[in-house]
Design a protein around this ligand. Structure first.
Ligand code: SF4
Length: 882
């Protein structure tokens, strides 16, 4: 095993350091980097399983034109030629790039420079628009620049951490672990969760305010009024550094406590307790994430929070401040290079002529975009109505992730020229490409990323480039050269691009300044340790911004922004669908879906529905639910739970046409956006729901990847020795045995063990090879199949599985069905934990860890273990009360 390479995790915005030790045959073992400031050696379940995602079986390895293999020169000539022709015939605004927070900063920098400085359009936007652009807009309105004032250490140093619209436990797990560790060491550190759902993060919280969806502006307007009423405004700070507070207070005072209670659905006593605690606690961090950003009023929510911190002067000092955490690994890097259509590089403002001139002079470019370009949703509308005639999509999967995803598909089908740069041959968007270009993946590419607290880290290659895959920056440079700008894009390496990026940041003279790196050598770049910006050439670094003012507005003062709460229009459909992530999957699963371990936690898409709503609709646990909106429809497995309120549904957004075509959540969501940020309201789709009356339900496990059958519903998941697939249909196949054989890929000579129960309508079949090993098994019946998924999946790797047990669908004798995997590191299922807790009287997390190892490695499952213990304690309490 070679020496480990220090790199960083490619998933969330925490930006953990990773030590990857290549095994010499294309794989690597992975552990947390103890020297990285973001994680100090910790990793969550996704980071721990990175080694399982390095295989090449689903990789795009060669350029393709029209679905046929092509050479790189053919593909690059075609891309450059079509973009040049389109610009010549229809102008620079007829083309666009749609890029990604997965890109490294160097890739992002080149894409932005090409579009804004050479093509002369600002039609480059990023999937970070879907993630945190409301925070960018809120920062710019308040601070004059997109500055995150604080650091991760503030979260540990605070006396009160308020988490707003953030399921930190699942979406930023290592930050959650840091907060949990700080709270364990200093129990007076209080945590308040503000979220309509009782997520896994609630286990850490001292209080959970389950506010009505979309009412955050009212909640924080009330806090601002409370701060003023209690005399807690920091007059010295405000008079020296803040403008507009009177107007913000006037707007906030339009809401009485009664109004706020009505808007949020919270009791006045709970509101008062929250307001009083926030107001009396000097060291308070208010941290938010997608629950705030992904809203039609996301920017106002951000400013409503920032207003409170400005008014109380709680910003830029240890343990206090407003804190946006980003979803993607390099959303911040994208913001720094101008990856958003309404920004220039180095935090320069595109609306500012002097800023545009600075960027153009630095690039010595023939053009500079004169106005903001099309933001993501508008960009795909422009593709659909023909204004955009050539589109290059890089490292993102918009036909899954954008709202009105079916309309996005139609737009790409109609677009005259679509280029897709990808690592995965199975990404849905690739189906719509005229040209597919194979890109390097994590572990193969070199560059930098910036995490949520402004720490810049290296991603380093530890694997050889596979096939003909190339770095995104190199592909972009080659196209730019063919379009006539060879000299400006003669970048020889990622290090050379980083030097130019750093030099521009010095010329820009904004908050983002890393000019200390402008003259770094290749060796310096290779050896770079994580550092937090700013890092100016003059050496005047600082950890935090704004404790002494110094905002990036014309007068150097912050702006308190008046916000007004607007009640959501009554929806024409009875449910509000909230969307989000599950613990162990990332975005559209093109990487985490490769890992059996990560697929075991949640193996199938689902919809959370309140028990009262389920009862009213006649929906039972594990039924399929048909969810419909004005823009699309989905079928989802019912998870009946009171985690959310009545009238609200929740569904994860990860599944695709490749993994569960009936569960593409983006298709359900209308493309309503925040007017300031352009961020779509991905958390509030108006939908109706009803029980799906399937004629049959099925389950299969197989060693070969199952062939998707023609039926209403199928959901595929990777297992250690193969696959599992859940199915349902409205008409039964004429020949179940033939259906099962085709599904699991069993050869004609493989004789099935089969059983049919005419009374119940159940059918079961198992196919074995000549040595008696299981090729695949299939179960069908009129109700969801009650077999043990975990045992059947494990049987795929057994030398001679018990044949009777195979047909029974569960292990022989008293074998316990492990149930859904809770601890991914040690493969411990929910049923195993529940039984051990009951039978051994395990009372806390340490006892579970000692008995089962669960929760003792990455710690990502500890909130779920805590929830299980809580539920058991509540059961016991209610039994003894009865
Ligand atoms: Fe990766 Fe997990 Fe760290 Fe996020 S918290 S960067 S997903 S290891």
């Amino acid at each position: 095993m070679a020496a480990p390479v220090a790199t960083s995790c490619p998933y969330c915005g925490v930006g953990c350091g990773v030590l990857a030790a290549p095994d010499g045959s294309g794989g690597a073992s992975v552990r947390g980097d103890p020297a990285h400031p973001a994680n100090a050696g910790r990793l969550c379940s996704k980071g721990s399983a990175l080694g399982e995602t390095l295989g090449l079986e689903e990789r795009l390895l060669h350029p393709e034109i029209g679905g046929a293999r092509a050479t790189w020169p053919e593909a690059l000539d075609l891309v450059a030629g079509r973009f040049s022709e389109t610009i010549r015939d229809h102008g620079p605004d007829s083309v666009a790039f749609y890029v990604s927070g997965q890109l490294l900063t160097e890739d992002y920098y080149v894409a932005n420079k090409l579009m804004k400085g050479f093509i002369g359009s600002a039609n480059i936007d990023t999937n970070s628009r879907l993630c945190m652009s409301s925070s960018v807009a809120g920062h710019r309105r308040a601070f004059g620049a997109d500055t995150v004032p604080g650091t991760y250490e503030d979260i540990e140093q605070a006396d009160l951490v308020v988490l707003v619209g953030s399921n930190l436990a699942w979406c930023h797990p290592v930050l959650h672990q840091r907060l949990a560790a700080a709270k364990a060491a200093r129990p007076t550190l209080r945590v308040i969760l503000i979220d309509p759902r009782r997520t896994a993060t609630a286990e850490l919280a001292d209080a959970h305010l389950a506010l009505a969806p979309g009412s955050d502006v009212a909640l924080f307007a009330g806090l601002l009024s409370w701060i003023a009423r209690e005399g807690a405004i920091d007059q010295a700070y405000v008079s020296a550094h803040v403008t507009g507070l009177d107007a913000a207070l006037t707007a906030a005072s339009a809401l009485s406590l009664d109004d706020i209670a009505d808007a949020t659905g919270l009791a006045q006593a709970d509101l008062a307790a929250f307001y009083a605690e926030w107001t009396r606690t000097a060291c308070v961090v208010t941290l938010w994430s997608q629950g705030v950003n992904q809203s039609a009023c996301g920017t106002d929510k951000v400013n409503a929070i920032i207003n409170c911190h400005l008014a109380a002067g709680r910003i830029g000092r240890p343990g206090m401040g407003p804190f946006s955490v980003t979803g993607q690994p390099n959303a911040m890097g994208g913001r720094e290079v101008g990856g958003l259509a309404n920004m220039l590089a180095a935090h320069l403002d595109i609306e500012n002529p002097e800023h545009r001139a600075r960027a153009q002079a630095f690039w010595v470019s023939p053009a500079i975009a004169q106005r903001p370009g099309l933001k993501a949703v508008d960009m795909f509308r422009a593709v659909g109505d023909g204004r955009l005639k050539a589109l290059w999509i890089v490292a993102t999967n918009p036909v899954v992730s954008l709202p009105e995803a079916d309309a996005v598909r139609a737009a790409l089908t109609a677009c005259p020229f679509v280029v897709v740069s990808e690592i995965s041959a199975r990404a849905d968007t690739g189906r719509f490409a005229d040209v597919r270009l194979p890109a390097l993946a994590w572990g193969e590419k070199e560059g930098t990323v910036t995490n949520s607290d402004r720490t810049i880290s290296r991603q380093r290659a530890f694997l050889a480039p596979p096939g003909e895959a190339r770095a995104d920056w190199a592909i972009l440079c080659d196209v730019a050269a063919r379009m006539g700008w060879r000299d400006a894009f003669a970048h020889a390496s990622a290090a050379a691009i980083f030097r130019e990026h750093a030099a521009l940041s010095g010329v820009a003279a904004r908050d983002f300044d890393i000019s200390a790196w402008a003259d770094c050598s290749d060796a310096d770049y290779a050896a770079m340790r994580p550092f937090r910006w700013p890092a100016p050439a003059c050496g005047a670094t600082r950890a935090r911004f704004f404790s002494e003012g110094g905002f990036f507005t014309d007068d150097g003062r912050a702006r308190a922004v008046p916000t007004s709460y607007r009640r959501a229009r009554p929806a024409a459909r009875p449910f509000i669908l909230n969307t989000g992530r599950v613990r162990d999957h990332w975005h559209t699963m093109t990487r985490t879906g490769l890992s059996p371990r990560l697929s075991a936690h949640v193996a199938e898409p689902f919809v959370e529905i309140h028990p009262d709503d389920a009862a009213a609709l006649g929906v039972r646990p594990a039924d399929l639910v048909a969810v419909r909106s004005d823009t699309g429809a989905a079928l989802l497995r019912a998870l009946v739970t009171d985690r959310g309120p009545r009238g609200a549904l929740f569904a994860p957004m990860h599944w695709t046409a490749e993994t569960c075509p009936a569960a593409r959540i983006g298709a359900l969501i209308a493309a309503e956006t925040d007017p300031a940020s352009g961020q779509p309201a991905l958390k509030s789709a108006a939908v109706s729901a009803g029980r799906f009356a399937a004629a049959w339900h099925g389950l299969a496990v197989s060693r070969a990847r199952p062939e998707p059958p023609a039926c209403a519903y199928w959901a595929l998941a990777r297992r250690r020795a193969g696959w599992s697939v859940e199915l349902a249909g409205q008409s039964a196949p004429a020949d179940w045995t033939a259906f099962a054989r085709a599904l699991v890929g069993a050869a004609p000579e493989a004789e099935p063990l089969a059983y049919r129960d005419a009374a119940t309508g159940a059918f079961r079949a198992a196919f074995l090879d000549a040595e008696g090993r299981l090729l695949g098994a299939f179960f069908a019946g009129p109700a969801p199949v009650p077999a043990s998924r975990a045992w059947l999946a494990a049987a795929l790797s057994q030398a001679a599985p018990d044949r009777a047990a195979l047909l029974a669908g569960r292990g022989p004798g008293a074998t316990i069905d492990p149930g859904p995997i809770v601890c991914a590191c040690f493969d411990v299922g929910l049923n195993v934990i529940a039984r051990a807790v009951a039978e051994q009287g395990l009372a806390d997390l340490d006892a579970i860890g000692a008995a089962l190892q669960a929760g003792t490695n990455c710690g990502s499952c500890r909130p779920e273990l805590a929830r299980l213990l809580d539920a058991r304690a509540q059961d016991a309490a209610s039994r003894s009360a009865a």
